[in-house]
Design a protein around this ligand. Structure first.
Ligand code: PMP
Length: 282
């Protein structure tokens, strides 16, 4: 497979970095993951826009103009002859320099992007998943999609070891988001989720769900809900680029909606499938 870098296209095995790479040593960089459905990018512009916002937030210059980067990603897709469901991973770091915390004087960022096949999580989408709760110990700039994912990694590992699909973060009794997803609660026909503050990553899928709610006349309330609210939830679901919309049917020991995906979740899933061109055609 081919990989795009700031210099050119290379074979996957050809892309190597020196030990003193700032992404490796400091997590000094930002990234994106975008979906490819049946060989076509989905919401790529939105992901690219967020990449530039993340980069700007850490005072990092992306080594391409937006349009140029999108062209190159299209080229990468063609070179890899991608026709199935996949993801593109893209990261930009502050480059390779002798180790010191402060920024290097020279502006020489590293970028790479690769595509990896990734089927839809159809079983989870259909049946729903279990989640655990874990304390949100992250920093105050979670709106930046930075490479520093250790709290997220530890949380997801805890979920995996406890047989759950996702770890839901809580801070001061309120749900913020998942280790790699946004979290939603449905109550009385309304959809609740944490507001897009600096405490969460404002998901591209989250933004789509907000639009779907608007067109379906489902009130979308950007208000954090509490751990106690979970016991009273009619439905819950999570969203992310790789997962799309997945029902949450259990949180810790608490069954949600009797352990079955709910009606509002199903409507939003249908809206997503239509938007992504995945709706079954007869
Ligand atoms: N929050 C976190 C912490 C994430 O890692 C992700 C996955 N990128 C999301 C939310 C969901 O964002 P998106 O819908 O853009 O994938």
């Amino acid at each position: 497979p081919y990989v795009l870098t700031e210099k050119n296209f290379f074979l996957y095995q050809e892309v190597t970095y020196p030990p003193e790479e700032r992404g490796l040593q400091f997590g000094d960089g930002v990234y994106e993951v975008a979906r490819i459905y049946q060989g076509k990018y989905f919401l790529l512009q939105e992901h690219i826009d967020r990449l530039y916002r993340s980069a700007e937030a850490i005072r990092l210059a992306v080594p391409f103009e937006k349009e140029e980067l999108i062209d190159k990603l299209e080229q990468l897709r063609e070179m890899n002859d991608v026709n199935e469901d996949a993801i593109v991973y893209l990261q930009v770091t502050r480059g390779s320099f002798p180790r010191t915390h402060a920024f290097p004087v020279e502006n020489r960022p590293n970028l790479y992007a690769y595509i990896r096949e990734m089927p839809r999580k159809l079983r989870e989408i259909e049946n729903g998943v279990r989640a655990i709760l874990t304390r949100d110990v992250r920093w105050e700039y979670c709106y930046i999609k930075s490479l520093n994912l250790l709290p997220n990694v530890l949380a997801k590992q805890e979920a995996t070891e406890r047989g759950a699909f996702e770890a839901i973060f809580h801070r001061d009794g309120k749900i913020t988001e998942g280790s790699s997803s946004n979290i939603f609660l449905v109550k009385g026909g309304k959809v609740y989720t944490h507001p897009a503050t600096e405490r969460i990553l404002n998901g591209i899928t989250r933004t789509k769900v907000k639009q779907f709610c608007d067109s379906l006349h489902i009130p979308f309330v950007e208000e954090a809900f509490s751990i106690e609210d979970i016991a009273k939830a009619d439905e819950m679901f999570l969203t992310s680029t790789t997962s799309s919309i997945i029902p949450i049917i259990q949180v810790e020991e608490q069954l949600i909606a009797g352990g079955k995906p709910g009606e509002v979740t199903r409507k939003l899933q249908a809206a997503y499938e239509e938007a992504a061109g995945l709706a079954v055609k007869n």
